[in-house]
Design a protein around this ligand. Structure first.
Ligand SMILES: Nc1nc2c([nH]c(=O)n2[C@@H]2O[C@H](COP(=O)(O)OP(=O)(O)OP(=O)(O)O)[C@@H](O)[C@H]2O)c(=O)[nH]1
Ligand SMILES: [Mg+2]
Length: 130
């Protein structure tokens, strides 16, 4: 089965979180996501996160810390999500590749809007926001 290692970034401003919409024609298309992408050969998760967030949402990640690691089997694809909280960045997050984006309060994040693997991320964020 196809296996991918993915760097995912939680970008927050206060208790608001930045998410983007996956285009319809890709894996888990039409769902909202935390920006990120595949870790390439020879790259660390931190390096991949910096590259992907520059490409996808136009920010320069200055620091991040690990939040949670999720392994999930979609049946057609197995993903390992290395989720980092972005603790400092330069620039204004936006859908640099033309994708829709939004800021939402942690408590308004709805698991139904996200890919299945994201349930644990949203739980972790909600827990610490209590
Ligand atoms: N970025 C991101 N990917 C996620 C999340 N949740 C989740 O299951 N994934 C899965 O992780 C996988 C890889 O993410 P991706 O499609 O963003 O990878 P990428 O940016 O390198 O895409 P590319 O191959 O088109 O360049 C996809 O199968 C996607 O469905 C999430 O919150 N954010
Ligand atoms: Mg991506």
């Amino acid at each position: 089965m196809k296996r991918v290692h993915v760097a995912v970034g939680v970008v927050a401003r206060g208790s608001d979180i930045f998410t983007t919409l996956r285009s319809k024609d890709v894996h888990q298309g039409g769902k909202w996501e935390f920006p990120g992408g595949k870790v390439e050969n020879g790259e660390t998760v931190t390096e991949a996160l910096k590259r992907e967030l520059a490409e996808e949402i136009g920010i320069d990640v200055l620091s991040s810390e690990p939040l949670i690691v999720i392994e999930h089997d979609y049946g057609d694809k197995y993903v390992k999500l290395d989720v980092h909280r972005v603790t400092n960045f330069n620039g204004e997050p936006h859908g640099k590749e033309g994708q829709s984006s939004r800021w939402q309060a942690v408590n308004d994040l709805n698991v139904k809007d996200f890919p299945e693997a994201n349930v644990a991320i949203i739980q972790a964020l909600t827990e610490e926001n209590k």
